[in-house]
Design a protein around this ligand. Structure first.
Ligand code: DND
Length: 241
């Protein structure tokens, strides 16, 4: 058994023993409690309204590429950049992320952004996580390459750049010039960004919501359990995209 497999087996045992309210998320709490050192953790932030295979593939490819022990999905409570848009209830988005990721022992979902009051900022989240994780933990924030260009406009961007690596997923053959130009234009804002390729997957949450509201199929775009949850809760039926 490899060290990573042993860690995951210990974590599963610890979760099975007792399930207190999570400080970060069940698997990460168990890994920290078991004394795991030098953890490499990916953070997959998103609105996840709803979560889909694009998110899951990006997280899995990042896990492999950056040799991450775990990827924590972080459904945003009150997304800073979506203040003027209707966003589904946090509990529904959390539950969809939970059921979509439960089969992967390296994936976990945290409530920390859902439970935090006020506008959700990635800087606050990473600070909170860093307080709860051993100091030797490496943190990679995973995001789509399109979002990378807007990083300098994120809350406390200059501080944010110092506390995490950024892993930007793109498609084979992606042109990085746009990012390099944005980075050059912001002298002093040096985000450490590593790019990784994911298979081109033209899936978006916006399209899924539109399809549901029009009674169209979303099969093979998101896991079946998420499709069942959307139907059961009657999400996205009102046509407000
Ligand atoms: P979105 O709502 O864009 O994510 O949120 C992305 C993250 O950025 C969240 O954690 C936000 O809190 C954070 N953010 C944004 C802006 C400002 C600040 C923070 C701040 O602190 O000031 P979606 O639910 O739409 O998607 C989640 C991720 O998955 C995104 O990175 C997106 O680019 C990526 N993605 C795909 N990747 C591969 N293939 C696809 C994808 N569709 C979405 N088909």
């Amino acid at each position: 058994m490899s060290a990573a497999e042993e860690l995951k087996a210990d974590v599963e045992d610890a979760i099975a023993d007792d399930e207190p309210a999570a400080a970060i998320s069940p698997r990460i709490d168990a890994a920290v409690a078991s004394g795991a050192k030098d953890l490499r953790i990916g953070l997959m932030g998103g609105t996840f309204d709803p979560i889909h295979y694009g998110h899951l593939i990006a997280a899995e490819q990042a896990r492999e590429q950056f040799d991450l022990d775990f990827v924590i999905f972080l459904p945003a409570g009150n997304p800073s950049f979506k203040q003027d848009k209707k966003v589904s209830d946090g509990e529904d988005r959390y539950e969809m992320a939970r059921i979509a990721t439960q089969d992967n022992r390296a994936f976990d979902v945290s409530r920390i952004e859902i439970d935090r009051e006020g506008v959700t900022y990635t800087y606050d989240t990473i600070c909170e996580l860093r307080d709860k994780l051993p100091g030797t933990t490496e943190v990679y924030f995973i995001t789509g390459a399109d979002a990378i260009v807007s990083l300098p406009k994120w809350y406390k961007a200059d501080e944010l750049a110092k506390i995490a690596h950024f892993a930007a997923c793109t498609r084979p053959g992606y042109d990085y010039t746009q990012f390099k130009e944005a980075q050059d234009a912001d002298i002093g804002l040096q985000f450490e960004v590593e790019f990784f390729d994911v298979p081109a997957l033209a899936i978006s949450s916006t399209d899924l919501r539109k399809r549901v509201s029009e009674g169209k199929s979303i099969a093979y775009m998101t896991p079946p359990q998420v499709i069942r949850f959307i139907a059961k809760r009657g999400l996205y039926m009102d046509g407000e995209i």
